[in-house]
Ligand binder design. Structure first.
Ligand code: GAP
Length: 454
């Protein structure tokens, strides 16, 4: 079994992530977070918010509605062109993205992003690119399928009532530019951040939570003046990388990937890629979008998006530097980065998840050495649970209990023994070094607090 399959198995068996609609044999590209996974994901979201809102001077959070006026998607360009070039295999009737077929076939020798639909069709025909399902090479022409999920509002099912599940959170930030600027008396440059669900009708293989049809994005738009925008673009590239390094990623597993093909309005764009067990893949994007978004909303809504600089009296539509990262894709990267199979002295093995303590699902596990110590153990549990997510385990040998905690990445195990009853001290075992120290119970909250800061 390769590491990716082992991580997917661990996720299912240890309560991180379950297949969606599991008892009905699932639904493609949907996954449910379990009790341990939801803690991990919430902690990742908190860590991101802390860096990009709390500690970020002049950045403000919003939580916009998933449903938006359909004209938003006309203005953003999603109605007209948010589509994938798809082809059907005439033999087995499966549907595939033409660019993915070329990418897999050419192994980096050509870049389908730079090709038109006609050029992709020609390449696939000339190279007899095979269907990954049945191996035949009998393709329909490319058709562009819009990735937005639509539904209708109200009681009638006509196109007047068509609304979309948002395919990105960014538009909620753009349409609130004026609201945030006025209500917070914000001065350009300033940022608007949001964490929320987005939906895309993806048909390509999802690779677990890497690509799903419902996912969460963490997006930050930085509104600035054109002549300062390139500097901010570089700053956000660095901030995005620093956030990942702060989370404990090895820098060798991350790289910048500058885009060859830019949208007509974009001045620069790059991804940060992570070396997943499935290969180097996009983890997040940083895009210099010029004044395109606000100008388009000005055009479609008829509302002025001009900003009046109170110091210089200049009037202009700000440029935007967008930083966007998928929370689920980051959660997968955090899981892959944390995973280690270790051989210990004496030949024993353990699987350990080396999560940064700030994002670890549980900070502490309370382990009474024997069941008759459970009253004291519960007392310690209650005390710590007021401050952190704490778990409790009294089943099995202490060695097995340590292994279970290592597998869900609990940074500290607190053991209650008979000395605890005598002198109110406990043993604290470190997940990574497995070293143990003795501490008075009254010092525990302070001790753990210092370890879990992000
Ligand atoms: N507002 C810009 C935007 O949405 P994007 O590159 O389409 O840009 C940003 O998406 C990020 O969202 C990606 O870098 C990725 O982390 C995440 N993402 C996109 N599609 C996804 C999907 N189907 N499943 C999981 N994450 C996805």
């Amino acid at each position: 079994m390769n590491n990716f399959d082992k991580i997917v198995n661990l996720c299912k068996n240890r309560g991180f992530v379950f297949p969606g609609s599991d008892i009905y044999d699932g639904l493609a590209n949907t996954w449910d977070y379990g009790p341990v996974g939801v803690e991990l994901k919430n902690n990742i979201k908190r860590a991101w918010w802390k860096k990009f809102v709390q500690e970020s001077h002049n950045s403000f959070g919003v939580d916009a509605d998933i449903f938006m006026n359909s004209r938003v998607w006309d203005a953003s360009g999603h109605t007209a062109s948010f589509s994938d070039p798809k082809m059907d295999c005439k033999s087995c009737k499966t549907r595939h993205r033409a660019d993915n077929l070329i990418e897999a076939h050419a192994k980096g020798k050509v870049n389908p992003d730079l090709m038109s639909n006609e050029e992709m069709e020609k390449y696939i025909a000339e190279h007899k690119v095979a269907c990954p399902k049945c191996g035949k090479s009998e393709w329909t022409n490319i058709r562009n399928f819009n990735l937005m999920f639509s539904t209708s509002r109200g009681v009638t099912d006509d196109s007047q009532n068509l609304i979309y599940l948002r395919p990105e959170t960014a538009q909620g930030e753009f349409v609130n530019f004026l609201n945030v600027q006025r209500s917070m008396r914000a001065k350009v440059p300033f940022g608007i951040a949001q964490i929320g669900k987005a939906f895309r009708n993806e048909v390509t293989p999802g690779n677990f939570i890497f690509r799903t049809i419902e996912f969460e994005q963490m997006e930050h738009q930085w509104f600035c003046k054109a002549d300062t925008s390139m500097d901010f673009y570089e700053e956000y590239k660095k901030r995005a990388m620093d956030f990942l390094l702060d989370l404990g990623f090895n820098h060798e597993h991350l790289r910048y990937h500058d885009h060859d093909k830019l949208a007509h309005y974009a001045k620069a764009a790059c991804d940060i890629q992570y070396q997943y067990p499935i290969g180097w893949e996009e983890l997040n994007g940083i895009h210099h979008r010029g004044d395109w978004d606000l100008s388009r909303h000005q055009e479609y809504s008829g509302k002025s998006m001009f900003y009046l600089d109170p110091y210089t009296n200049e009037k202009y539509v700000p440029n935007v530097i967008e930083y966007s990262i998928g929370c689920d894709r980051l959660t997968l990267a955090v899981l892959c980065e944390a995973y280690e199979e270790q051989t210990l002295e004496g030949g024993d093995t353990r699987v350990v998840m080396h999560f940064h303590p700030a994002v670890a699902p549980y900070k502490v596990a309370i382990l009474p050495l024997q069941k008759n110590l459970s009253d004291k153990a519960n007392e310690v549990y209650t005390k710590l649970a007021k401050h952190f997510m704490v778990t409790y385990d009294e089943a099995g040998s202490i060695g097995k209990r340590y292994r279970r905690q290592d597998e869900i990445g609990t940074p500290m195990c607190v053991t209650i023994d008979f000395d605890t009853l005598e002198n109110n001290t406990v043993t604290v075992r470190d997940r990574d070094t497995m070293e143990q120290i003795r501490l008075p119970i009254e010092e525990l909250v302070d001790y753990v607090s210092k370890k879990v800061v992000f």
